[in-house]
Design a protein around this ligand. Structure first.
Ligand code: SF4
Ligand code: SF4
Length: 452
């Protein structure tokens, strides 16, 4: 009874902390501009099924892809066993699904879960080795400071410990289930005599060798592992929304709202279009402040983006979905040729900045400004101008994140609001303005080449 109460209180506390953090992230994402992405629903469902559910972009790198699929499938299916643990914890039952499914089905299910748990364990060990001993290049970089590195290791280690606790819990239980009924009942564990198996569980059977035959000791070992396992899961749930592993939730909506237009197509800025329309309309007062667009309550949109509030909610959701895998950076030609640019850093900076601004607003009111901006305080013009707009990062991202759209919006601000384009571009702009072409030749000389 006491244990059920403690369990329920801990479960509720975890749910409250988790929900509070989700509320913060939601509010932070809503700091972004509104963007209507309600078109093409069937195409969007298909994209989500293919990319998030089917992990189609993960397997382009087979080792990481298949190991990730083990963790993903294991994580989803093992949750059925976690569901049983939750029900047992609340109602004080023990292996409730045994009485529902019957001995054979239950035994088979636990066996399958154990095989999945073993695959998760192997995948986590491989990932740990690759990160820390293999020193894969894409896991390094200026943005991969001690926190992102520890974040990845913490989750992998916790997952390994959780799987080991699961095996040990099942191992202790299966020994108990095979002991003589009279011995078990004599130890005051009558309810254990209701569950009987003929052999060890498929994987945890290998963890039984050093276990004693004393029912009381087995009971305490099982309870210790049970509590460790479930408290680890509660801790995991509280930790995940602060970690890059939040992608396990956001990968689905983020791929649903993927950009469906051709990769090379650029959007026209509504704010620029309005400005041009204003200039062309002789009835407009050229000195009047621009009116907010229909449905807009805030100041009119800037030309491009200076801070996270100028980006759309989808671009901010991208930032929270980033897994920091570095596939984008490893494919980036600018990064490969030693430039300062790393698309992963663009996403991490965007997330760090929106977190910072969100915290500031929660503490000081929705209108409060902190005097900082994404541009310059986090991302430098040098990084932005190194981008070739090739889209390789977008193509490589396993969860359809678009770092290029943020780069382009920040560059648009530099050019259109601050006139801070690099000299080479300024020359090209002047040529387009004067000559109708990017080159330094007058229009009249265009056909001179035929006389050569
Ligand atoms: S679009 Fe820019 S950031 Fe992305 S891979 Fe190409 S050069 Fe790198
Ligand atoms: S943007 Fe995509 S590819 Fe790049 S680090 Fe994030 S998840 Fe990986």
């Amino acid at each position: 009874m006491i244990s059920s109460i403690i369990f329920t209180v801990l479960l509720l506390a975890t749910a409250v902390i988790f929900a509070r953090r989700i509320g913060e992230i939601r509010a932070n994402i809503n700091l972004g501009r509104d963007q209507d992405i309600s078109d093409n629903k069937s195409e969007r469902w298909k994209t989500m099924a293919r990319v998030a559910l089917g992990q189609s972009k993960m397997v382009t790198r087979p080792l990481a892809g298949f190991m990730h699929i083990f963790i993903y499938v294991g994580f989803v299916l093992i949750n059925i066993e976690v569901l049983e643990i939750l029900i047992d914890g609340i109602f004080g039952t023990h292996r409730l699904f045994y009485s529902v499914l019957g001995s054979e089905v239950y035994y088979t299910f636990i066996g399958i879960f154990e095989i999945l748990a073993l695959l998760v364990l192997i995948a986590c060990v491989v990932f740990l080795v690759r990160r820390n001993i293999g020193k894969l290049k894409r896991f390094s970089g200026t943005e991969m400071t001690s926190w992102p590195k520890s974040d990845a290791n913490i989750i992998l280690i916790v997952e390994i410990l959780l799987m080991l606790a699961l095996f040990q819990m099942n191992a202790a239980d299966s020994v108990l289930f095979m002991l003589n009924d009279t011995i078990v009942a004599a130890a005051g564990l009558d309810h254990y005599t209701e569950i009987r198996f003929d052999s060890w569980f498929w994987v945890s059977g290998f963890f039984t060798g050093y276990l004693p035959n004393d029912p009381t000791t087995l009971f305490y070992i099982e309870r210790a592992c049970w509590w460790f396992h479930i408290l680890g899961i509660f801790g995991f749930l509280i930790y995940i929304p602060y970690s890059k592993h939040f992608h396990i939730f956001l990968a689905f909506p983020n791929t649903y709202y993927s950009r469906l237009e051709p990769a090379g197509e650029f959007n026209n800025l509504e704010s620029v279009k309005k400005e041009v329309e204003l200039m062309m309309d002789p009835n407009q007062d050229p000195f009047a402040a621009p009116a907010p667009a229909e449905g807009e309550t805030t100041a009119p949109q800037r030309f491009g983006a200076k801070d996270v509030t100028d980006l759309s909610w989808k671009q901010l959701m991208d930032a929270y979905t980033c897994t920091e895998c570095g596939r984008c950076t490893s494919e980036c030609p600018a990064n490969q040729t030693g430039k300062l640019l790393s698309p992963r850093k663009i996403m991490m900076d965007t997330r760090d900045r929106v977190e910072e601004l969100g915290k500031h607003k929660r503490a000081n009111g929705a209108e409060a400004k902190d005097g900082k901006a994404l541009l310059n305080d986090y991302i430098s013009p040098e990084e932005l101008w190194a981008c070739t707009t090739c889209n390789a990062c977008v193509q490589a991202c396993p969860v359809n994140i678009n770092p290029l759209s943020i780069i382009v919006d920040l560059r648009r601000f530099l050019v259109m609001e601050e006139s801070k384009a690099p000299n080479e571009l300024n020359m090209m702009f002047t040529n387009v303005e004067n000559n109708g072409a990017p080159w330094q030749f007058a229009q009249a000389d265009r056909l001179n080449w035929k006389d050569e």
